[in-house]
Write a protein of this length. Structure first.
Length: 385
């Protein structure tokens, strides 16, 4: 048993607490150094501890075992639930983002509701997991130290230690008990604050932002064009509004790929027209580092709105502004164009069948207008050809 006590003393001497935050209070410092004080006391204790061995289970082993089973075990269960809900949510989100915008509105709305439901479940699981970690970190300050303190006190009692040793330990014991009580009281008040914070985050999860953190951050899909087609790559993006800097970190990067984190400076942000792309929740940005536009896809309409608000995004312009008064007047060429269009539809268009892409149709219409209203030969277009 003497050998076991010596090893326990060495463990206490080398043990270090992990605390949340950059600075420690006096009570936390006292608790953090308490094990070293205990270790020094153990070196002075006599080896006759037979009675203490019988009480060690009730005073030390069982409380620590209960803490391990009730707190740490429950935290592991929360972690498994968090990982399971996260995998389920992101799997559904990936399938949701590949839905075509041409599906029925009712189908899209039902899909949006399913994603919002899974997002809510995942968000609640993440809050419960973080809350449980916080609770374990705070409660272990007294849940672990108090059993050890009781073990030491019983050790001195049952082994008939000298009055001098007991008197020497008493002041520190009182100081430590006060620190433990202060820590316990702080834990209770902090727990109430965490409950309130968790409630506020549930009510407005998308508006919570920690001081010193980016203006907005989260997952975005980027349209990348290759020689064989177009692909959508998932990035974790962080945007700082004041500096207009966008950091893009690729997710699930393939082995051997050279592409790493991208640091870009934003020039402009414009919402993508719905009929210009076969994807939902898209917007375009321009940066100083890249020529042309970069098309990004948000996770939802609300998420796109948040990104555009952070980037001072604008709505797209659907029609070119008319600056000249004569361009607003319908002249003879305009009447001729309308009559030819009606005649073409009546004679040929009604019986013509065909399936056209929206973008392709817009291009054909624009070419027709440019050709018909060409200043060199206005109206000289055969709509039957």
């Amino acid at each position: 048993y003497s050998s076991a006590v010596q090893k326990f003393s060495q463990t206490l001497q080398s043990f270090q607490f992990d605390f949340i935050g950059d600075t420690l209070t006096d009570d936390e410092i006292n608790i953090a150094e308490s094990f070293k004080e205990f270790a020094e006391l153990l070196h002075e204790v006599e080896l006759e501890r037979s009675m203490m061995v019988q009480n060690a289970s009730d005073l030390l082993i069982k409380p620590l075992e209960n803490f391990r089973k009730e707190q740490i075990g429950f935290t592991k269960e929360r972690k498994k639930k968090f990982e399971k809900d996260g995998e389920k949510f992101y799997s559904m989100l990936d399938r949701h983002l590949h839905l075509s915008s041409k599906k029925k509105e009712s189908q899209l709305q039902e899909a949006d509701l399913q994603v919002d439901k899974e997002r809510h479940n995942f968000f609640e699981s993440s809050l419960e997991y973080v809350y449980q970690i916080q609770e374990v970190q705070e409660s272990k300050k007294f849940s672990i130290v108090e059993p050890v303190l009781a073990f030491l006190h019983s050790l001195f009692t049952y082994n008939n230690l000298t009055v001098e040793l007991t008197q020497d330990f008493l002041p520190y014991k009182q100081q430590l008990q006060l620190s433990l009580q202060n820590t316990r009281n702080h834990f209770s008040s902090t727990r109430e604050e965490l409950e309130d914070l968790k409630k506020r985050m549930k009510e407005a999860p998308l508006t919570c932002k920690l001081p010193g953190q980016p203006t907005i951050e989260g997952y975005l899909y980027t349209q990348e064009k290759w020689a064989l087609g177009i692909s959508w790559v998932k990035y974790y993006c962080q945007y700082e509004k004041e500096a207009k800097t966008l950091r893009m970190t690729p997710i699930d990067q393939k082995p051997g790929a050279k592409q790493g984190t991208l640091d870009l400076t934003l020039k402009s942000c414009v919402r993508r027209k719905t009929d210009s792309i076969d994807k939902r929740f898209c917007f375009d940005i321009e940066t100083n580092e890249r020529s042309g536009t970069i098309t990004l896809q948000a996770l939802s309409e609300a998420n796109r709105r948040l990104w555009m608000e952070a980037m001072d995004g604008k709505e797209p312009i659907y029609h070119s502004p008319i600056t000249k008064q004569e361009e607003m007047e319908l002249n003879e060429v305009g009447f001729k164009f309308v009559r030819k269009c009606i005649n073409a539809v009546e004679t040929k268009g009604i019986t013509t069948e065909g399936v056209y892409r929206t973008v392709g149709s817009n291009i054909q219409v624009q070419k027709l207008l440019n050709a018909f209203f060409d200043p060199k030969c206005p109206g000289d277009v055969d709509l039957q050809s």
